[in-house]
Design a protein around this ligand. Structure first.
Ligand code: GLN
Length: 252
């Protein structure tokens, strides 16, 4: 059975482990730097990035996490986990927080607003559908979600989401011209891949659609010799719409 580490300091690590289990993959909780030696790929879950960063600092996780990313081992950050992986974050609390970095992008920590502005939406992801099958869209669960405002040249955009242009004008001078027209649509980026790094602003682990987990497992299996030697090929079950799940409070 393939093994994927899941950073288990705070947030939805149990839900990720359950999603992996449904695909026949073992997720192991990572709480200490030395435990990262036992895994060749890692999920950093959603939660609350400031709290997670404080706990990571307390457990001296940052150097080991940075080394893990720098070595090109597959890492997937969801929501707060995506914030961790960003090279640059805006909208942080005073004094900011440490980031792991590695993903060439600028992220806005709470772009979509506060907890009560959380929402669900059908989001187009052609790359996911072409690799994993199923519908062109997935159910995006956005919980006090971040959004990516800018990406570097190496970053592949896997999904974006429409927003009114005026919601971006304070960050991006290029949409300043459109200020007069509040109807104008723009978009923010909500899923990216940069080599061995996957980032999603939403929470696939809270849905019954396991395609994002399956996509990441394939990244983990594809990764160079060192990493793949300890991962056995997994039988990926993409039957995300089967009503077979009893262990999760998921969107069906
Ligand atoms: N915006 C939140 C933060 O800053 C992340 C929310 C989430 O992970 N669901 O930590």
């Amino acid at each position: 059975m393939a093994i994927i580490g899941v950073l288990a300091l705070q947030g939805s690590f149990n839900e990720h482990i359950a999603a992996l289990r449904r695909l026949g993959v073992k997720g192991v909780e990572i709480r200490k730097p030395e435990q990262l030696q036992n895994v060749t790929s890692l999920i950093i879950p959603g939660g609350e990035s400031t709290t997670m960063a404080k706990l990571a600092e307390y457990h001296n996780m940052f150097p080991a996490l940075r080394e893990f990313v720098e070595k090109g081992k597959p890492v997937w950050g969801t929501c707060a986990g995506l914030i961790f992986l960003a090279d640059k974050a805006i909208g942080q609390k005073t004094g900011g927080q440490q980031l792991v970095g590695g993903l060439d992008c600028t992220i806005h920590r709470n772009f979509f607003g506060s907890q009560i502005q959380s929402f669900e939406a059908e989001v187009l992801a052609p790359e996911l559908a072409s690799k994993e099958g199923g519908p062109e869209t997935f159910r995006g669960v956005f919980i006090r979600a971040p959004a990516i405002l800018e990406v570097g040249p190496e970053v592949q955009v896997l999904a974006d989401y429409p927003v009114p242009a005026n919601s971006l004008s304070s960050f991006d001078s290029s949409v300043e011209d459109q200020k007069g027209n509040v109807e104008e649509q723009s978009k923010v980026i909500v899923a990216v891949r940069q080599g061995s790094i996957l980032g999603t602003a939403f929470h696939p682990e809270l849905t019954a659609d396991t395609r994002w987990h399956s996509y990441f497992i394939k990244m983990a299996n594809e990764n160079g010799d060192e990493a793949s030697s300890s991962l056995v090929p997994v039988e990926v079950d993409i039957s995300y719409n089967k009503k077979q799940l009893s262990d999760l409070p998921v969107f069906q």
